[in-house]
Design a protein around this ligand. Structure first.
Ligand code: ACM
Ligand code: ZN
Length: 546
């Protein structure tokens, strides 16, 4: 009797495993707002080699969406699904527009025996429906794949779902940046904050200032490891480091991102973090140099001279080319970590302070107000061209330009202050969302150096970007959430992957899902999600699963 049971159990297992096919699981990352199984009947939809993906005629974006879905299905199952604008044979996966929603990125998925319908409030909404379907599918080669009948209704919590990559401290190639963008799409992110310039390298071609790249994109060597006892007794690797994106490269990457519904927000960090520009054009600094592209990390006292008219000419010229290349309404102009040491000593800067009638008060020095002047100058220039600025929270020191969006990185304090002042805010607090921080307290056992800190998956997952101290009107100013990857200690792309994965899973749940937190349930979904990382060949950290 016992053996009979064991045998029938084995047969049943073989039967369900091989013949009936593998089942889809809708518990994905980020979790959709609503998943209702069984409301559209009890019979599953069965995906086969012959299933066709159908999209509306004369819509290039929807055609590209159909191609993405076909590529993703091939990635995970090996099936090659054909795409077309006519439904020649049911059942099919149909991609449609016209979902009624106040959120342009909303989508719904309806699955019954008859087929799969993904409907979006826009093409972007359809794209996120496709991401959801892709993540639901089992990975591997199966005779058939069963989709239990379901109705999914979903939309993002935040319209701005960002990720930063710093390509100044270490350079990453066009192919690597595209891979980063693909990973963003997998995590439903839609704003790529591209940190293009800093003390250690200028990484974008500017036609009017060729030396920014011929000189500013190269450094002699790089700091190797930490400052010893925080003294500048540094070790260096002796290896020259450089690289930059031509304007053609930039256009290619902008288009690549746009196909994936990702807007690239370029950052030209000013007036500090500019040593690579000063090394190229020393007349832009207060002392006139000479300057060298930095080989170590930290904050430079050499910054753009705010009293030199050439600086303003330089900045408007650079941003003219930036605006040509990047269609984004938001342009990031930095504003962080700008010491006022040089300005306090510089006759030109002091003359500018006088000429503009800038005065200190009990809150801020006149040099801090001089920085506000520079930021406002650039903000006015960009807004004359229909753009809006984002700045780091330091731009609140003095007076932030009207209409500036504040990126709160030194914790949440800047974001809270900015929201109260009526500025829009993007939350990127370093104590939660800096992914150059360690994921383990056991630094010694980590495969790579990190900059310090400790931001593990559970801490990130439990972060609430809407501070309890804000009222509802103020909370409405928190328009987005972003995770930053600074690359002082990140030398290659495998390490990039290790630092962001699977922490981006937790970031995606903050950005997209919002709402109540259930860490054990999330961890289960994450455990399934990393199978897709494995299939894609991504390196990821395993601490969360230990
Ligand atoms: C920053 O991390 N300095 C914005
Ligand atoms: Zn100066």
């Amino acid at each position: 009797m016992k053996n009979y049971f064991a045998l029938s159990f084995l047969l049943l297992f073989l039967f369900t495993g091989n013949v009936k096919g593998q089942k889809v699981d809708y518990q994905i990352v980020p979790l959709p707002k609503e998943i209702k199984e069984g409301t559209t009947g009890n019979t599953p939809f069965v995906l086969m080699q012959s299933t066709r993906i159908v999209y509306p005629k004369h819509n290039k974006q929807m055609q590209r969406n159909a191609e993405f879905l076909s590529e993703y299905v091939k990635d995970v199952t090996g099936y090659s699904l054909k795409i077309g604008t006519r439904k020649i044979k049911s059942p099919a996966i149909s991609l449609t527009l016209g979902l009624q929603s106040s959120n342009p990125e909303a989508y719904s998925i309806n699955i019954s025996e008859a087929g799969i319908q993904i409907q979006g409030a826009s093409e972007a909404g359809v794209f996120y429906g496709i991401q959801a379907l892709r993540k639901s599918m089992p990975i591997g080669k199966y005779a058939q794949i069963e989709f239990p009948s379901v109705e999914i209704n979903d939309y993002p919590e935040f319209g701005y779902r960002g990720a930063l990559l710093d390509i100044s401290r270490h350079f990453f190639t066009k192919e690597e940046v595209k891979e980063y963008i693909d990973m963003m799409a997998l995590h439903n992110m839609n704003r790529f904050h591209w940190h293009l310039t800093d003390d250690q390298g200028w990484r974008i071609e500017i036609k009017k200032y060729p030396e920014l790249t011929s000189i500013g994109s190269q450094r002699k060597e790089s700091q190797n490891g930490y400052y010893e006892n925080h003294e500048r007794i540094l070790k260096f690797d002796g290896i020259p480091h450089g690289g930059f994106f031509t304007q053609d490269d930039i256009k290619e990457v902008v288009a690549y991102a746009a196909e994936r519904y990702i807007t690239i927000i370029p950052e030209i960090d000013l007036p500090g973090h500019m040593v690579s520009a000063l090394a190229s054009y020393p007349e832009l600094g207060c002392t006139g140099g000479p300057y060298n592209v930095w080989t170590h990390w930290g904050i430079s006292e050499d910054v753009l001279c705010a009293g030199n008219e050439k600086t303003y000419q330089f900045l408007t010229d650079v941003f003219d080319e930036i605006m040509e290349l990047f269609p984004s309404t938001y342009i990031h102009i930095g504003g962080d970590e700008c010491p006022k040491t040089r300005w306090a000593q510089c006759p030109k800067c002091q003359a500018k302070i006088k000429a503009e009638g800038i005065k200190s008060d009990d809150k801020h020095t006149k040099e801090e107000y001089l920085q506000s002047y520079v930021m406002k100058y650039m903000s006015d220039y960009l807004s004359e061209h229909g753009r809006k600025i984002i700045g780091w929270d330091e731009i609140l020191e003095g007076e932030a330009a009207p209409g500036a969006t504040i990126m709160s990185w030194r914790g949440e304090a800047g974001g809270i202050e900015a929201a109260r002042l009526g500025h829009d805010v993007i939350m990127v607090p370093n104590n939660y969302l800096y992914l150059d921080y360690y994921q383990s307290k056991d630094y010694e056992s980590e495969p790579y150096y990190a900059i310090g800190g400790y931001n593990p998956v559970d801490k990130i997952y439990n972060y609430n970007p809407l501070p309890a101290s804000l009222n509802e009107t103020e909370k409405a100013h928190i328009i987005g959430v972003q995770a930053n990857l600074w690359t002082e200690y990140i030398k290659d792309f495998k390490q990039v992957e290790y630092m962001i994965l699977p922490r981006w899973g937790a970031v995606a749940e903050i950005q997209w899902t919002g709402g109540a937190k259930d860490y054990p349930a999330f961890l289960k979904r994450l455990d399934k999600f990393v199978k897709l990382y494995q299939a894609k060949g991504y390196t990821y950290a395993k601490h969360a699963f230990q």
